[in-house]
Design a protein around this ligand. Structure first.
Ligand code: F6R
Length: 601
């Protein structure tokens, strides 16, 4: 939530790159944006409501600027308006901030006693005032930051400028991500590498309670006590992934289409030498129960794995919403293994749940996209999905890659605990090696998806119903439709509908379903008959050609192992949601009220 960029350079005219970086971070928030920079030693702040484009229109790119910080916001404290937009300035201090200051009310009360007044409703202005108050006491930025870190509760990634110091950007970090990118005669700061990939792929990532002083030559990173630290320089390597939108109109479409490549990238290391490669995945045989924890689509990927673990490896598996996990009794014992799934690696609820597991000294694994992200630093080890930056707020390629790697983890576990034979394991590995072909087949049915989108885009409600694995996939399908097309939809276990929710079925209401399991298909189809007879318009995804019927529209997927089916079923769901959103004219890559990286609880 909220994106921060900063640049300090020997050369002039950083403003275009600052705005470019901000645009690449808009997926983190897009309700207002702002920039602060020094020009001839004078501070200038420009802010606008709405997207970075609105801010861009207000900037004079001819100005000779070589140091600046910028921000794109997802409102937490205070409405989305120009006054609440960052940067905030109090006396000598100007900051942009990502995170939440939890004790802001207490700080505000104290600061008011010292005659500070506030223009905005944000916690950020209070943080800025507190920094200003500390700085005014001693005029020493190191002491100021140490005092701030001692006093302020909550999460923060802060980039800070001080009047009369037009050479340096200062950074403070706790629980919200912040990196420093290394360029030639130029250094960058950003919430994540996507903002600055056009300029550098080398970066340092700050840990909690670290701060930094960055100018165009030097980067000094300190711990809270002011000791200079030696930090590792990371290199971001993307596996032939095209950044930017390429020729696509939206990132969402680009990211759906590139799934054939990025899923192969993700799983190839575990397939290339057959079972030998598969066994590079962690050995889970000593555990009695697998817990999977995540939010939104990441949690939905966990539900697919739960089904596979239970059905095919006879292993207890539970899936938890990270936001609930922390506040309930999870009956954790030393023989439970805990898997945290997160594209961003920054989701606050998932991060806190991972910290809880660490405190209890239980074993954990992250399935993560963003390298060096906060969750990777808390879990014991991480398996990375190699999908490159996911920019569209609605997750597509990350979800599919999570499902793919989880399916292989289940397969390796089944092989190890002998619930899946070597022959079956090899045959599934061979199918996974061809996943790009199967995905391509599903992506190529665009005309059918567009036709379905045309049938549903004027509807206000939809259902997704399925059984077993298909129920888990319904949850993801339903989430995709609602978040990008704003059509209200619900995912239901197909057999449960008649216990209440069937009363909502009206004439023409779209009902999506998938039937990918011979044992359950006939029961699912009976449930579809029940809604058809009440007027619903049914769309069924299946590999069973015998289920083709005139009374509903059928999308056929390749007849492959159930380990791959989750990935194939979800592609029609993603593309139908996309084309429906196109017809509705919504802001597809940045749906209203959402942000990509949910760093608040
Ligand atoms: C839905 C979506 C969200 C995320 C969720 C978790 O399309 O993108 O539901 O899946 O916010 O985010 P990560 O995976 O970054 O932890």
């Amino acid at each position: 939530m909220c994106g921060i960029v900063g640049i300090v350079s020997k050369k002039y005219n950083i403003l275009p790159s600052l705005i470019d970086g901000l645009k690449n971070l808009e997926y983190r928030g897009y309700d207002s944006a702002g920039v602060a920079y020094f020009i001839n030693n004078n501070l200038k702040i420009i802010k606008e409501k709405g997207t970075v484009k609105n801010l861009e229109n207000k900037i004079d790119f001819k100005e000779k600027v070589n140091i600046g910080i910028a921000h794109t916001r997802w409102a937490t404290h205070g409405n989305a308006n120009k006054i609440n937009a960052h940067p905030h300035n109090v006396n000598h201090i100007t900051i942009v901030h990502n995170g939440i200051i939890e004790n802001c009310n207490e700080l505000k009360k104290d600061l008011k006693d010292y005659n500070y007044t506030f223009k905005s409703n944000t916690d950020t202005e209070i943080a800025c005032a507190y920094l200003s108050y500390c700085y005014d006491q001693n005029k020493n930025i190191h002491m100021t930051i140490e005092r701030f870190m001692d006093k302020v509760k909550g999460s923060y990634a802060i980039a800070l400028l001080i009047d009369n110091d037009d050479k340096n950007i200062y950074l403070l970090k706790k629980e919200s991500p912040l990196i420093i990118g290394l360029g030639k005669d130029t250094n960058y700061i950003a919430s994540d590498i996507t903002a600055i990939l056009n300029y550098t792929n080398k970066y340092i990532s700050l840990d909690d309670f670290q701060y930094a002083k960055v100018n165009y030559k030097d980067i000094l990173v300190y711990n809270k006590s002011g000791d200079v630290l030696k930090k590792k320089i990371n290199e971001y390597k993307s596996k032939n992934i095209v950044t930017g939108k390429a020729h696509y109109k939206h990132y969402m479409l680009k990211e759906i289409i590139e799934q054939k490549k990025v899923i192969s990238n993700t799983i190839f290391p575990y397939l290339e030498k057959g079972i030998k490669s598969l066994l590079k995945l962690p050995n889970l045989t000593k555990y009695n129960q697998i817990n999977i924890i995540g939010c939104g689509s990441a949690m939905h990927a966990g539900l697919v794995a739960k089904y596979l673990f239970r059905e095919f490896t006879n292993t207890k598996c539970e899936v938890f919403l990270a936001s609930e996990f922390r506040y309930q009794n999870n009956f954790l014992t030393t023989d439970t293994f805990n898997i945290f799934i997160s594209q961003s690696g920054e989701t606050a609820d998932t991060l806190q749940a991972a910290k809880l597991i660490k405190e209890k000294k239980l074993d954990s694994l992250g399935i993560i996209n963003a390298k060096e992200s906060s969750i990777t630093k808390v879990v014991d080890t991480s398996l990375y999905i190699e999908v490159g930056p996911e920019i569209s707020v609605a997750s597509t390629k990350a979800y599919s890659a999570q499902v793919a790697i989880l399916a292989l983890l289940v397969l390796s576990h089944g092989y190890r605990n002998k619930t899946i034979s070597s022959k079956q394991t090899e045959s599934i590995i061979n199918e996974f090696k061809k996943i790009n072909v199967f995905i391509n087949k599903m992506s190529n049915k665009k005309d059918q998806y567009k036709m379905i989108a045309k049938k549903i885009y004027k509807e206000e409600h939809a259902f997704y119903i399925g059984r077993g694995l298909d129920y888990a996939l319904c949850m993801e399908g339903s989430l995709k439709l609602k978040e990008v097309s704003y059509i209200h939809s619900e995912a239901y276990a197909a057999g449960e509908l008649k216990h209440g929710a069937i009363s909502l079925i009206n004439k023409n209401m779209p009902v999506f379903s998938s039937a990918t399991n011979d044992k359950l298909n006939s029961k699912t189809v009976s449930n579809l008959e029940e809604v058809i007879s009440r007027g619903a318009n049914v769309f069924l995804i299946t590999d069973d050609k015998n289920l083709i019927d005139k009374s509903y529209e059928t999308i056929i997927i390749p007849n492959v192992s159930i380990f791959l089916k989750g990935i194939l079923v979800v592609i029609p769901y993603q593309l139908i949601a996309y084309y429906t959103a196109v017809l509705k004219g919504t802001n597809i890559d940045k749906p209203k009220n959402l942000a990509k990286s949910v760093t608040v609880e």
